[in-house]
Design a protein around this ligand. Structure first.
Ligand code: PLP
Length: 468
């Protein structure tokens, strides 16, 4: 592709993107396709000869958008959001054009230095203490894996990587049943084994880990000759927004000299609003904290920030410096790939820089406060309906509810979610609370308005009554 063509098709892509965003409201939120619909329209092998861009672009427009669930749709209330504010998309166009591999300072000085700056902007915005450093990872799963590897190494006297786990007594990690499955996977991948992920019971309205039960479990493991390594606490669990009492958990962790990682993948964004920080009181004691600006804050996926009190421990666990990766003559620079499991890295800081400068923290706070308020309003309206019950009260902008109808409640509520999503005006997903199905609602999409929450109420109540 020559540069004129590159310019032409880049403009075309930008125009397409702007039109897509402005027409999103008129599309069904969840893809209305059935499995195989899209695959049937794609050739079975790559062409031997190149094709004209006109044909490729036309096929894109014909096949792909209608085969997508629209995560940027203002009435996307499922899972958690993956907000890509337009300004962060613009930044990512630039990153895509530069297309640097940002593994070392030398391969990308501006990316490295900007990353240090914007991560520190976020540290301040979240109210975390000076001296905490951070790195941008692809996902919370990767950040949690890195934290688990560090807690494992620290507990094994930094010998696990060298000797393997067979040379040691079992490493034990503690989390509540509300913790995200990325924790299970980190435990698998770190070789610790699921049997050594100890589930601590929860209590209270926020379904938080019971610190006394945590203490008892750690003591029992020590007595049994096992090796407690660390605790993974959550602020804003995925299912119903569970929040562990971080300060009390941190005290237990400190007492036993363990490592504390806090998973605030979703709720972390809300901590730019001081009034929500009570949900993670005591977080400054954590060794590591992860939150995803690619969820609520608006940084185009992927963008997950891991804060660390002592990044040297993470580098000690993960850094490898063969001669071909050394940078001679620039001692003291940060090579962020030494803080992460993958070597290769995208330039993720630019979209954060654009996002934070364009909207300002106050603009982002207003968005988050609105989402929380609209979600609470919707929960109150549903609670006032005789045939609905609130299953878990709003934590920030997430709550769950159930429609009461004759017959099997699980089957009815799953059928209701499916009917709502087939309708297409809004998109919701379900979860299980105390063994029974509940429907999740979270408000968080960047372009959402109060009218969208009102539409959600209208659609939920209308379709519930049709399916009864
Ligand atoms: N932790 C929590 C609380 C989450 O809700 C999620 C995803 O929704 C994750 C971790 C995993 O995030 P990622 O997709 O960035 O790995």
């Amino acid at each position: 592709m020559d540069s004129d063509e590159f310019r032409h098709w880049s403009h075309k892509a930008a125009d397409w993107g702007a039109n897509y965003r402005t027409t999103l409201r008129h599309r069904p939120v969840r893809a209305q396709t059935t499995p195989g619909d899209i695959a049937r329209q794609i050739d079975d092998a790559a062409p031997e000869r190149g094709e004209p861009m006109e044909a490729i672009f036309a096929d894109f427009e014909r096949i792909i958008p209608d085969g997508m669930t629209h995560w940027q749709h203002p009435r996307f209330f499922a899972y958690f959001p993956a907000n890509a504010a337009p300004v962060s998309v613009v930044a990512d166009y630039l990153v895509t054009s530069i297309a640097a591999q940002c593994m070392l300072w030398q391969t990308s000085p501006a990316a490295t230095e900007l990353e240090t700056k914007v991560v520190d902007w976020l540290r301040q915005a979240l109210g975390l203490p000076a001296g905490v450093s951070g790195v941008i990872q692809d996902s919370a799963s990767t950040a949690t894996l890195a934290a688990v590897l560090v807690m494992r190494e620290r507990a094994l006297g930094w010998m696990g990587n060298k000797e393997g786990l067979a040379a040691h007594t079992a490493v034990r990690v503690y989390a509540s049943a509300q913790a995200h499955t990325s924790i299970d996977r980190a435990i698998w991948v770190a070789g610790i084994g699921e049997a050594n992920l100890v589930r601590i019971p929860t209590k209270g309205d926020l379904h938080g880990m019971d610190p006394e039960a945590l203490d008892v479990a750690i003591r029992a493991d020590i007595t049994a000759g096992l090796t407690p390594a660390g605790v993974i606490a959550c602020t804003g669990g995925t299912s119903i927004g569970a929040c562990d009492p971080i300060a009390a958990v941190a005290e237990v962790v400190k007492r036993h000299g363990l490592y504390l990682h806090v998973d605030a993948a979703w709720a972390g964004s809300a901590m730019i609003c001081p009034e929500f920080r009570t949900l993670w009181d005591g977080v400054e004691a954590a060794d590591s904290i992860v939150f995803n600006p690619h969820k609520w804050l608006g940084a185009q996926f992927d963008c997950s920030v891991q804060f660390m009190r002592n990044p040297g421990e993470q580098a000690r666990t993960l850094a490898i410096q063969p001669e071909y990766l050394k940078t001679h003559g620039h001692d003291g620079v940060i090579n962020f790939s030494e803080w992460t499991v993958p070597l290769g890295r995208r330039f993720r800081a630019l979209k954060l820089w654009f996002l934070l400068r364009y909207h300002g923290l106050e603009g982002l706070r207003t968005m988050i406060r609105n989402h929380v308020a609209w979600s609470v309003e919707l929960a109150e309206k549903l609670a006032a309906e005789p045939d609905f019950e609130i299953v878990s009260a709003p934590v920030l902008s997430l709550f769950s509810f159930r429609h009461k109808a004759p017959g099997d409640p699980d089957r009815h509520n799953i059928a209701l979610v499916n009917a709502i999503n087939d309708d297409g005006r809004i998109y919701l997903t379900q979860t299980r609370v105390d063994g029974a199905i509940a429907i999740r609602f979270q408000a968080g999409q960047f372009e959402m308005t109060r009218e969208d929450a009102e539409t959600a109420f209208a659609v939920i109540t209308e379709i519930a009554r049709q399916t009864t």
